[in-house]
Each structure stands twice: as structure tokens, then as C-alpha cells.
Design a protein around this ligand. Structure first.
Ligand code: MUC
Ligand code: MG
Length: 369
């Protein structure tokens, strides 16, 4: 049934250095999966991560090795199964590897949706919207540059919500940086911060108080991944939204975070969840627990971005919008027709499958040989 499963590492420089507490990116390594069926369908998926092993426990190289060594031979033995049965067989045989599982599931759903001649969102239960709000992340590392970048985004109607990457400087210096940007952009512009788990609980108490007083709207992943007790205490202590990002690794952790009241918002990421379907499950857990939703990214290129958009389009409340801007951070386009960003939103394609056309020549030029 499956003729080939290819894993491509595609290197694309970013438009400027992207500075986070966990890594500074100058290039993004897209991990793309291409599945070709015996009857001629092609499905694409993406398993991109951030900063090699700087962000998570899977690297582009480990993802490719694991797909080529374990997933691909197994997939070729699985015939006559639907997507759910295929993923069940994969999960029974392969532990962990959420990013690879997500990419493979995406490619299989892309193929299924093409067979049904439906947009992928319909296979996931049905879209509730045709476009999604998208914020921009200011991470140049320089306050003046960040302000100029944000002002340009607002003037061109690309983004009017901003997330700032902090956590690599002392708390006071970070707070000064954030509040200078907040003041320059004005009270109508929503500013959020992502600490990428850099703070101790005491740092967090100090930083969050100052940021809350300064009019910031949301604090993302202030403390360590496993420290969900600190996240609970911070969520309870402050009025400002506290969002779980790295601590959220699929439905099981979503349930634990919800059960312990350790976040008021979930950043749903399809790769971190282990698949589009699992990302939708995380959204259901949040809904039942009264937790708000935000559509997150692992700074994927257009494949993972649009796959995420199809999944997020099925969420009935996305109170904090999305950060599906990954392709806009890259200097090269790998689609024949770029994704459409306009009026602060990303349009979700209405054609079959993912609804994108990959420029395979471009990928061939950029891929690691
Ligand atoms: C993260 O931690 O949120 C998402 C946007 C961005 O700039 O970095 C990523 C990772
Ligand atoms: Mg984050």
C-alpha cells in the first residue's frame, strides 16, 4: 500500500536571529515526511523541532533516523488498515517519538482527505472557521528593533498581537524590555511573554507581578516542564493568564495539568501532542476543564503550519488565537503558492487534503544531502 516514506531535512535561514531562553535560531531545519501510496497519492507531514536538542528531547536527526529505522519498515507491513488502526499499530510498536508520529499521521490524513476530496479539517470533524488570528513573536533581542518590527507588522495589517521571548536576562532587565515595548505600542495592543521555563518560582512571582501590573496579558511556561506544582501556585496567585506550553505533551499531560489546575490556558501544539487527532483531544480536555486555548507552533514551515491550522479550525473557542507564523520567519518559500496571511489572519485552504502544493525542486535545492 505504501510505496515510499521519505524523510527530508530542509535547511532554511531565518529572516533574523530568533532569540529564546533555550536557543538562538539562525536557521530552521524543517523535518518533512513524504508518503507515496501504490495507487499514486502523496501525503505530506512535518516533524520540525526547535534548536536541535535545545528545546525538546527529539532532534531533526533523531527523528529522521527513527522514521527510517523503525516507522518506515513497520508502515510498509501495514496493509488494509485505516488511519486509526495504522496509528494504533505504530503506538503498540514504537514508544515516544511524538513528532514523528504526528508527521506520519498528518501525511496519512492528508492522503485520506485527498481520497475523499475534502479539506483535512473536515476529516478532523469539521472546521468552525476559515481563517485564524496569528500573532507575531518579537525575539530580536533588542528593544528598539522589536518596537520597529512590531510597528511595521501593525501598519501592514499582518499582526496586532505580540509575544515576547524572555528568560535569558535577569528578571528586572526582561521586565524593563517588555514594558518599554508595551508602552511604545499602546494599550490596544496585546502583549504576552514566553519565559520558556527559565524562571524559578521566586523569579516568577517577582516577574509576573511586575508584568501583570504593567498590563501584559499572558505568561507562557514560566517554570520548569515538570514543576506543575509551581505552575498551579502561580495560576492561583495571579489574575493574569498562565499558559502551559512545554509542560503540555499530549492528552495525558493535558489531563494532569487540568486536574491540578496548573494552567489557565493551553498552548496546543500538534507535534507536542503526538498528532492532529491528539491535539484535538487536548482541546477537548481543556474545554471540559474550563481552560482557554491557544494554537501553538514548533516554528514549523508551511506543511506543519497548515496541518495545525486545519486542526485548530475545529476548536470552538480559541480565546488567545494562534502563533502560526512559522513560514513568515523563513527566508525561502517551499510552496508553489504561499500561505495566505492577511488582515491579521491565516486563511485555511478549502481544497482537498492539506490544500497546499509543495515545490519539490525547491525542497531538493534546500535539503541536507
Ligand atoms: C515556544 O516555546 O513557544 C513558538 C513561537 C516561537 O517563537 O517559539 C516557539 C516555541
Ligand atoms: Mg512557548
Amino acid at each position: 500500500m505504501y510505496k515510499s516514506i521519505e524523510t527530508l531535512l530542509v535547511e532554511i535561514p531565518t529572516i533574523r536571529p530568533h532569540k529564546m531562553a533555550v536557543a538562538t535560531m539562525q536557521t530552521q531545519t524543517l523535518v518533512l515526511i513524504k508518503i507515496t501510496t501504490e495507487d499514486g497519492y502523496i501525503g505530506w507531514g512535518e516533524a520540525t523541532t526547535i534548536g536541535g536538542l535545545g528545546y525538546g528531547e527529539e532532534s531533526p536527526e533523531s527523528i529522521r533516523t527513527n522514521i527510517e529505522t523503525y516507522f518506515s519498515p513497520l508502515l510498509k507491513t501495514l496493509t488494509g488498515l485505516n488511519v486509526a488502526q495504522t496509528m494504533q499499530a505504530i503506538k503498540r510498536n514504537i514508544n515516544g517519538n511524538r513528532f514523528a508520529k504526528c508527521a506520519i499521521q498528518t501525511a496519512l490524513l492528508d492522503i485520506l482527505a485527498q481520497r475523499l476530496n475534502l479539506p483535512l479539517s473536515e476529516v478532523l470533524g469539521g472546521r468552525l472557521r476559515d481563517s485564524l488570528p496569528v500573532l507575531w513573536v518579537l525575539a530580536s533581542g533588542n528593544t528598539e528593533k522589536d518596537i520597529a518590527e512590531a510597528q511595521k507588522m501593525i501598519a501592514t495589517k499582518r499582526h496586532n498581537i505580540f509575544k515576547l521571548k524572555i528568560g535569558s536576562r535577569p528578571v528586572e532587565a526582561d521586565v524593563e524590555h517588555v514594558l518599554a515595548i508595551k508602552k511604545a505600542l499602546g494599550s490596544d495592543i496585546s502583549i504576552r511573554v514566553d519565559v520558556n521555563r527559565a524562571w524559578s518560582e521566586l523569579d516568577a512571582i517577582k516577574g509576573i507581578q511586575l508584568l501583570q501590573d504593567g498590563g501584559v496579558d499572558l505568561i507562557e511556561q514560566p517554570c520548569a516542564i515538570d514543576n506543575i506544582d509551581a505552575m498551579r501556585r502561580l495560576t492561583r496567585r495571579f489574575d493574569i493568564a498562565i499558559m502551559a506550553d512545554e509542560s503540555l505533551m499530549g492528552p495525558q499531560t493535558a489531563y494532569q495539568l487540568a486536574r491540578h489546575n496548573s494552567a489557565s490556558v493551553f498552548a496546543v501544539k500538534v507535534a507536542q501532542s503526538g498528532g492532529l487527532i491528539e491535539g484535538c483531544e487536548v482541546s477537548k480536555i481543556a474545554k471540559l476543564a474550563g481552560i482557554d486555548l491557544y494554537g501553538g507552533t514548533m516554528l514549523e514551515g508551511p506543511v506543519g503550519t497548515i496541518a495545525s491550522a486545519h486542526a485548530f479550525s475545529t476548536f470552538d473557542n480559541l480565546a488567545y488565537g494562534t502563533e502560526l507564523f512559522g513560514p513568515l520567519l523563513l527566508t525561502e518559500e517551499i510552496l508553489k503558492t504561499p500561505l495566505q496571511y492577511q488582515d491579521f489572519e491565516l486563511k485555511i485552504p478549502t481544497t482537498a487534503g492539506l490544500g497546499i502544493e509543495i515545490d519539490e525542486n525547491k525542497i531538493d535545492d534546500l535539503r541536507r544531502k
